[in-house]
Write a protein that binds this ligand. Structure first.
Ligand SMILES: *[C@@H]1O[C@H](CO)[C@@H](O)[C@H](O)[C@H]1NC(C)=O
Ligand SMILES: *[C@@H]1O[C@H](CO)[C@@H](O)[C@H](O)[C@H]1NC(C)=O
Length: 240
């Protein structure tokens, strides 16, 4: 009896701990094999950049900055999901900046993604360039009944959203589309704001072009990169 209660209590505290620490990352890459040494100027600059991004990002959902000079200069950015509130954004970026350091403790470059934000840094200036290296897919295991028709509608929705997002400074768009009968399709696209409108559009078109390899006939999917991402589902997932 008492041991059963103990198990229950441990389970509860494990759940509370999980909630306090935030969600698990979707994915990460230690993207630069070069290492910095402990207590080096690079580490100092990276720490400074991380706290800068923690403060800079939440109000607008995007932060970008660089700290240091020459071989010790570090470049970084953080982006929150377009529908994330400043408080959700703040918690996500703080968590991401800490978590990536524990996963890539000495790498000069790294990137980590969560549902609500991404965090990236590198020892070279990557601003304004489409990141073609860091990318992953996610998909719903469920298959739709008419893949050809469904795929076409997904592509049409995402293409429309890519156009909308790249025409506004926030580089974010969400929307929906009616699909046969009651089923609806929901989508979201976003770019990092170091990209120009044209680069954002090109980045999203590239991602949409990967639909066949990512999410062919799947009820939901995401192509997530270092410069842009999309997601679609047959249920609403965007906070309005
Ligand atoms: C960086 O450090 C890791 C872990 O200590 C090591 O495996 C790797 O070879 C190092 N990379 C370089 C380029 O020195
Ligand atoms: C979806 O289709 C794939 C490929 O035909 C199949 O391997 C998979 O089991 C299907 N998924 C479900 C949930 O039925």
């Amino acid at each position: 009896m008492s041991s059963a209660r103990f198990v229950l209590l441990s389970l509860c505290s494990a759940l509370l701990l999980q909630a306090a620490l935030g969600a698990d990352p979707l994915f990460h890459f230690c993207s630069d094999p070069e290492n910095f040494t402990a207590n080096s100027p690079y580490e100092y600059n990276l720490n400074k950049l991380t706290s800068f991004l923690n403060t800079k990002t939440p109000p607008s959902g995007f932060g970008l900055g660089s700290v240091g000079q020459y071989q010790d200069q570090v470049y970084g950015l953080a982006l929150c999901r377009g529908d994330a509130s400043p408080s959700v954004c703040k918690a996500c970026v703080a968590n991401a900046g800490a978590e990536i350091r524990s996963r890539c403790p000495r790498n000069k470059g790294a990137i980590i993604w969560y549902d609500d934000c991404m965090f990236k840094y590198l020892d070279t200036n990557f601003f304004g360039q489409i990141d073609k290296t860091n990318k992953f897919y996610m998909w719903n295991l469920n298959n739709v009944t008419n893949p050809a028709l469904f795929n076409g509608r997904v592509r049409a929705l995402l293409t429309r959203l890519a156009k909308a997002a790249s025409s506004i400074p926030r580089l974010f768009a969400a929307g929906e589309k009616g699909v046969e009968g009651k089923t609806k399709l929901y989508g979201m696209v976003q770019c990092t704001r170091d990209l120009s409108a044209a680069e954002c559009k090109a980045c999203l078109e590239g991602a949409i072009g990967e639909l066949p390899s990512c999410c062919d006939g799947k009820e939901g999917g995401r192509v997530v990169g270092g410069s842009c991402n999309f997601r679609y589902e047959i249920y609403p997932f965007v906070n309005v």
